[in-house]
Design a protein around this ligand. Structure first.
Ligand code: NDP
Ligand code: 8X3
Length: 250
């Protein structure tokens, strides 16, 4: 029987690559994002499977609830939720950071993920099956200067994933948190409010992860035998590792 994946933030980066890989594997899709023309493009591109697109801002609780309530019959049994929609905004130290950016990250990465999960979960539980793959980040475990609120939102995603597993014990529903490091997408252009030069500098001289790398991992997780739950999967490009602790000297 054809499976259905529900992917948030499908208009770019990891979400778009997931849509392409799952379509290639024959999954039907529910794709959401705010940019309608990008969703339309995907719908025109992924013609081999049944694609339902919804313009939805995950920060808007009513929009999310409505999106789930109005899923067509053909797409109402969700086998996999990929909670991918998210963003970083700014990299200034906390004392100079823009509070609007902080709120936007909390509203998207935390509250948006909660709204979508809460809306889809009851049906998964009553069907006795379903997977949730959250897109966290290495920033949820490892602090770095300027990571302040962004890293904290991803720490939330990590612990919420663990706690979901605890609540879903015995239901058969799987939950994983994928925690990527440096990966090139529109992420840095968004982080630096459209400053492409600053965004490009992030990846200069590196071989970062690609959206396809992450989408292949997401597919691999979804494709594990049903008794296997990978709780966390942290992945970095080879060019990335840790630095020593910073020591301030007088
Ligand atoms: P992109 O900027 O390329 O894609 C982000 C996606 O999220 C877009 O499709 C965007 O769609 C969607 N999105 C953002 N805000 C909202 C919203 N309010 N409602 C609905 N959709 C929204 O970045 P990535 O693909 O890199 O990021 C995907 C996820 O991966 C994010 O959660 C990010 O934090 C995480 N991540 C990224 C890493 C990286 O280095 N790139 C590393 C680790 C984690 P639209 O604008 O159309 O709404
Ligand atoms: C994105 C990775 O290191 O820019 O989540 O925070 S990082």
């Amino acid at each position: 029987m054809t499976k259905t994946a529900f992917i948030t933030g499908a208009t770019s980066g990891f979400g778009r690559a997931c849509a392409e890989i799952f379509a290639e594997k024959g999954w039907d899709l529910v794709l959401c994002g705010r940019r309608e023309e990008r969703l339309q493009e995907l719908q025109n591109q992924l013609t081999e499977v049944a694609v339902h697109t919804v313009v939805c801002d995950v920060r808007k609780r009513e929009q999310v609830e409505n999106m789930v309530k109005t899923l067509p019959e053909s797409h109402s049994n969700i086998d996999l939720l990929v909670n991918n929609a998210g963003l970083a905004l700014g990299m200034k130290p906390a004392q100079d950071a823009d509070l609007d950016d902080w709120e936007n990250m909390v509203d998207t990465n935390i509250k948006g993920l909660l709204y979508v999960t809460r809306a889809l979960l009851p049906a998964m539980v009553s069907r006795g099956k379903g997977d949730i793959i959250n897109i966290g980040s290495i920033a949820g475990s490892w602090p770095y200067p300027g990571g302040n609120a962004y890293g904290a939102t991803k720490a939330f995603v990590k612990q919420f994933s663990n706690n979901l597993r605890a609540d879903l014990h015995g239901t058969g529903i799987r939950v994983s948190n994928v925690e990527p490091g440096l990966a090139e997408s529109e992420f840095s252009v968004v982080r630096f409010h459209g400053d492409k030069e600053k965004a490009d500098a992030v990846y200069e001289g590196t071989e970062p992860l690609t959206p396809v790398d992450i989408a292949e991992i997401v597919y691999w997780l979804a494709d594990r035998p049903s008794h296997v739950n990978v709780n966390r999967l942290e992945v970095m490009p080879v060019c990335q590792s840790w630095s020593p602790f910073a020591i301030h000297r007088k």
